[in-house]
Design a protein. Structure first.
Length: 219
C-alpha cells in the first residue's frame, strides 16, 4: 500500500480543497494517520473506498478520544522600561527580560477510523476527524453512507463520548438507556452515586448505593 504521504497526495489530486493533514505517530509503531476536514470528509472517504489502487472497502473499527483543555506555558522575551538612579539622577532604559506566559488550548473530541482493503489485502489506513470543542460544537459527518459498518460503531462513540454524527441514519444510544445523562468515556465524567441494587453488584457499588439512600432519606 502507498505511504500516508502518498495517499495524502492522491487525495488532494482527486478532491480539490480536501484539507488533509498528516498526523505523525512518534511511537514505535510509527502508524501515521490522516486528519480530515469536515466539509470534504465524505468525498475523501468515497475516494479511499473507490480508488482502484487503494480500494479501502472495509471499515474495521471506529473509536473516540477525548482531549481535555490543555494549559500551555511558554517563555517569551519582552522589552520593558526600567528606571535606574545614577548619582542621584533617574535614568530610564529599556531592558529585555524573559517572562512565562500561559494560555489554554481548547480541548476537542476525536473519532478514529481504521480502514482495510479486502480485495487488495492491505491496511490499515487510519483516518480521523476532530470537533471544534468539547461543549457546543461536537458535530462531524457520519461515515455510514460510505462504510455501512460505521453505523453501530458511531452510535457507540456518540453514546460514550458525545460526538454527534451528522447524516447518520439512526443516531441514538446503543449501550446506555435513552434517559441517561452525560457520556461515560469522557475524561471528566463523574460517576453517579445512586446505583440501584442488583444481586451481583460489587461491594463498592452496594456501599455507594446505601450511602446515597441514607442521604436521600436524611438518616
Amino acid at each position: 500500500m502507498k505511504t500516508v504521504g502518498e495517499i495524502k497526495a492522491a487525495i488532494e489530486a482527486a478532491v480539490p480543497g480536501a484539507g488533509v493533514v498528516v498526523v505523525s505517530n512518534p511511537g514505535p509503531s510509527a502508524q501515521h494517520s490522516l486528519l480530515l476536514a469536515h466539509d470534504r470528509a465524505v468525498q475523501v472517504a468515497e475516494f479511499l473506498r473507490d480508488d482502484a489502487e487503494l480500494a479501502l472497502d472495509f471499515l474495521s473499527n471506529v473509536t473516540g478520544v477525548d482531549w481535555l483543555d490543555k494549559e500551555i506555558s511558554e517563555k517569551v522575551k519582552v522589552t520593558k522600561p526600567v528606571t535606574n538612579t545614577v548619582d542621584g539622577v533617574e535614568q530610564s532604559v529599556e531592558e529585555t527580560v524573559e517572562e512565562t506566559r500561559k494560555h489554554v488550548e481548547p480541548g476537542y473530541l476525536e473519532a478514529v477510523y481504521h480502514l482495510y482493503s479486502m480485495t487488495k489485502k492491505h491496511g490499515p489506513l487510519v483516518i480521523r476527524m476532530r470537533t471544534a470543542n468539547r461543549t457546543d460544537a461536537v458535530e462531524m459527518p457520519s461515515m455510514t453512507p460510505v462504510w455501512r459498518s460505521a453505523e453501530f460503531q458511531e452510535r457507540e462513540v456518540f453514546d460514550l463520548f458525545g460526538i454527534v454524527f451528522k447524516g447518520h441514519p439512526d443516531l441514538r444510544r446503543i449501550l446506555m438507556w435513552d434517559e441517561f445523562k452525560d457520556h461515560p468515556m469522557r475524561r471528566d465524567y463523574v460517576e453517579p452515586d445512586d446505583y440501584e441494587y442488583e444481586p451481583t453488584a460489587h461491594d463498592e457499588v452496594l456501599s455507594r448505593a446505601k450511602a446515597h439512600q441514607q442521604l436521600v432519606s436524611g438518616q
